[in-house]
Write a protein that binds this ligand. Structure first.
Ligand SMILES: NC(=O)c1ccc[n+]([C@@H]2O[C@H](COP(=O)([O-])OP(=O)(O)OC[C@H]3O[C@@H](n4cnc5c(N)ncnc54)[C@H](OP(=O)(O)O)[C@@H]3O)[C@@H](O)[C@H]2O)c1
Length: 312
């Protein structure tokens, strides 16, 4: 039997439940692709799943390989596939209910894979699918953001935030972002029009009305954001479902987005990268065997851009 290195969990828990080990290599069934992973992005959802926060929703079984952001090369294909071929360089945010990408190989449905941007390496491509799809599905699908509109993006220097601000600028929006002072120059270079230090300023006191809020924080940040929305505006959260009755009280709309795999959207995102309209910032690269350290860093919640595991 062929084996591979992978990072598994056998129970929910702290970073100590991550096990770097040899496991059987998976096989692609009809409609599926075996990908040799070159790099895997780390996201907060990885440690949230590790700690069991999504167990009601996702019903994972153990052992479970974590990590749902990847870039790699097609190794082999199951039957019935014509779009991709062995050797293609691909990237994906695969189905989160199945084994993930902290591994040397993964089986992914062909419909969840797109050709990776040609102009960036696997490390950067692996940092992009989840943050890119989240940004696309919040700003454009749920929020309907259009040119000339004003959008407030919380945690603008984070993994999702720094991609979302660039996509919103590309769309022609006026972008306001929150971040600590050390990241303000970084955000200005990405094109953010107004940067707010959430430690020293009350954003609701310094921001003029907006058409959309992208809530990446929840709690008090979400509550204080309602009053900033223009009538008919929308609050889109990716962390805690906003209350419909609170939205109605403010005369605005609300949505909660749980990001879904989407190859056509990844194609659009790849085109923007290759056209130099979008760049992904990788702050930390670690070997696959150091996934524990990567998750600990992610869990601190103060990174700039992304953390990626190098597999090849
Ligand atoms: N629903 C979904 O499908 C979905 C998809 C993607 C992400 N998410 C969730 O969205 C959240 C953000 O994800 P991410 O990948 O962007 O995380 P991340 O990269 O870990 O975010 C880190 C950033 O958050 C900033 N931050 C921390 N506290 C803040 C506050 N009170 N106000 C403003 N900024 C603050 C930090 O800035 P400083 O260093 O300046 O403090 C840092 O830049 C996570 O909870 C994640 O699980 C959900």
């Amino acid at each position: 039997m062929k084996t591979m290195k992978a990072v598994n969990i056998y129970s929910y828990g702290g970073p100590e439940v991550l096990v770097y080990e040899d496991v059987p290599r998976p096989h692609p069934d009809a409609g599926e692709v075996l990908v040799r992973i070159h790099a895997a992005g780390i996201n907060p959802v990885d440690w949230k799943i590790r700690e069991g926060h999504l167990r009601e929703m996702l019903h994972h079984t153990f052992p479970l390989v974590l990590g749902w952001d990847l870039s790699g090369v097609v190794e082999s294909l199951g039957s019935g596939l014509a779009r991709l071929k062995a050797g293609d360089e691909v990237f994906s945010r695969p189905d989160i209910s199945r084994d993930g990408a902290y591994a040397e190989f993964i089986v992914v449905k062909e419909s969840e894979l797109a050709l990776k941007p040609r102009s960036i390496d696997h490390i950067h491509a692996a940092a992009l699918p989840l943050a890119g799809l989240t940004s696309w599905q919040t700003l454009f699908e749920a929020g309907g953001l259009s040119a000339g509109q004003r959008v407030l993006i919380h945690a603008a220097a984070g993994g999702v935030g720094h991609v979302a601000v660039q996509l919103a600028k590309w769309k022609g929006a006026h972008v306001i972002g929150t971040a600590t002072a050390k990241n303000h120059e970084f955000l200005r270079k990405l094109g953010v029009d107004q940067v707010i230090d959430y430690n020293t300023e009350r954003f609701e006191e310094v921001v003029q009305p907006v058409d959309m809020v992208l809530d990446t924080i929840g709690g008090d940040t979400q509550e204080r954001s309602w009053k900033l929305l223009k009538r008919g505006g929308i609050l889109v959260s990716i962390v805690s479902p906003p209350k419909a009755e609170v939205a109605a009280e403010h005369g605005v709309r609300q949505a909660f987005v749980f990001t879904q795999p989407n190859a056509p959207q990844l194609d659009e995102i790849a085109k923007l990268v290759d056209a130099e309209k979008l760049k992904v910032i990788v702050e930390t690269v670690l070997p696959l065997s150091d996934a524990t350290r990567g998750q600990e860093l992610s869990q601190r919640g103060h990174g700039k851009g992304k953390i990626v595991l190098r597999v090849v």
